[in-house]
Design a protein around this ligand. Sequence first.
Ligand SMILES: [Zn+2]
Length: 256
Amino acid sequence: MIFETHAHYDDEAFDEDRETLLASMQQNMIGCLVNVGASLESTQTSIQLAEQYPYIYAAAGVHPSESAALDEAQFEWLAAQCAHQKVVAVGEIGLDYYWDEPDPAVQKKWFVRQLELAKALKKPVIIHSRDAAKDTYDILAAHHASEAGGVIHCFSYSAELALAYVAMGFYIGVGGVVTFKNGRKMKEVVEAVPIERILLETDSPYLSPEPNRGKRNTSLNLPLIAQKIAELKGLSYDEVVQITTENARRLYQIQC
Ligand SMILES: [Zn+2]
């Protein structure tokens, strides 16, 4: 069974067929999935999905692009959600400098607060980092993120940086980009990182792999990503599925 480590089924892109789609996961070999919060609202809806389906787990966190809306009272609420028995990680949290807002100082403040929360709760972090390689790495190193552990989701930097994160105890999230014709950098990352440190993810509804690029993504596309990783690593498809599933169980500390 494949372990989907990162999806957003609370997204409105799934309003039409969410229940049918989620009900079809297990018969399509998707054994388990983590629905990741990106705001206070989606943290709540992720937990609702986790309560509704035994094989869905949730991550609770506020994405850097949403962080300007946070205040102390909301942070308290978020911390309380993290104690829910089906919340397996704090995320997605991090830095996103692709957009001009929020100000980097605001993003950094709430990134650090959520990172420290994860460490206090002994839960791993799911990191979103876009056009912010140096600041993300520096913050994770300075705040001893290795104590929490986690995954750099939708990794988009160099193979060298991926190995630095592996050395810090992190996993590397690999999704549809590895199948793209212009995905050379991501292929190098997959070649360099040990398979024991790779997690399968889709980031559904975004980043659909080839040949479905541009369409709505779902976890049913995960075999396309596993197959590409198998080719790049010289492993069988079954080996990739089995090892990445074990990796996800180890990180999130769940058996499913
Ligand atoms: Zn995401």
